[in-house]
Design a protein around this ligand. Sequence first.
Ligand SMILES: [Fe+2]
Length: 336
Amino acid sequence: MFKLQKKPGEDFTLIILGDPQLDYEIYGNELDSKNLVRVTVEEVMRRTTPDLIATTGDLADEYGRDLYEDIISYMDSLETPWTTVMGNHDQEGRADTPEIMRMLKNTERCIFDEGPESLGYGHFTIVIEEEGRPVSALILMDSHRRQKFINERGKEDRYVVPFTEGQIDWYRGQVEMLKEMGCPDSTLLFHIPLWEFRTAWKTALRVKYQLDGVLPWEAADFNIWNEGYEDSFGVNYEGFAFHPESVKLFDVARELGHTKNIICGHDHENCASVTYHGIRLTYCLKTGCGGYYSAKVNGCTAVTIGAEGVKDVRHEYVDLRRLWYSNRGKGDKVTI
Ligand SMILES: [Fe+2]
C-alpha cells in the first residue's frame, strides 16, 4: 500500500490520462500521438495543477520499446507523482510486460507495484491521507490481455477475459482494510470496462437521440438522460468491450458499499459517466490520438478529493479539432 498526503484545507486533484497508446502513425495533418499527449496533458495541468496523475493503461502500442521509454520518461518529467494500470496492449503481441513493469519501477516518480503474481500485472492501492487520516483511496487492478480465438467467419479475433476469483478476493481484502482504517471511499481503476458500463448507459440514455450530433461536453446539459440519471455526462460513440462475468466484481463492489467510482479506458471513443446503483461508472477521456481516436473525445478525466472522499469527477476536454484545423496546410507538427 502506498500513501500520498493531501494538504489540509485544500482539495487533492487526480487527473487520469485515457489510453495514451503511443504509436508511430502520423494522423492526417502531421499530428502524432506523442505530441498530442503532450499538448493535451499540459493544457489539463495548466487548468488543474494535479497532485497525482494516473493512466488507464495501454501506455504504448505493443510493438515499440522506444515508445514505452518515451511515454514513461515523459510522465516522469511532469514532476508529479504518477501511476498506471496495465492495459491489454501492455501485455499483448510483442509487449514484454515484466520489462515494462521494471521500467516503471526504475523511474523517479511512478508509483507502481506488481502485486501478487498469481493475479496478473499490477494490483495495488494508493491511500490519500490528510494529517495521518485516510480521506480516499485508489485501488488499481489488471483487467488482463485479450485471448485469441477464431471467430465464426474463420478470422482471428480476441475476446476479453473476466476477473478471476483471486482478484475479486484481493479487492474485497483491500476494501476491508480501508474500512478498518476509516477510509471513507475508494475509486477502482482498471483498463477494460465492466458489463455494467453498457447496462448503465442503456438505462440512463433516452433511446431516441442521434448522438452523432451531440458533442460530449454538451451532453450533461442536453436533455438526453432519463429521470434519475440527470447527473450523467459524456457520450459513448462506439461499442463496449467487456466480459459478461465482469458483473461479479460490480456485485461485490455494491455489496461492500465502499467504492463510489469505477474508471476505465480501452474504448477510445466512449466517455460517458453514469451513476448506477450508487457507483459512478466513468469512461476516462482518451488522451491523444494513439491507436484510434475521435477528435471530439480528447482530454483527461479529473477527480477532486476532499476531506471526506471524492467530491467530483469531471472530464477536462481539449478539443483536438481546434489543433487540427489550426495546423491544416501548414505542414508543421504541433509542438510545445
Ligand atoms: Fe485497450
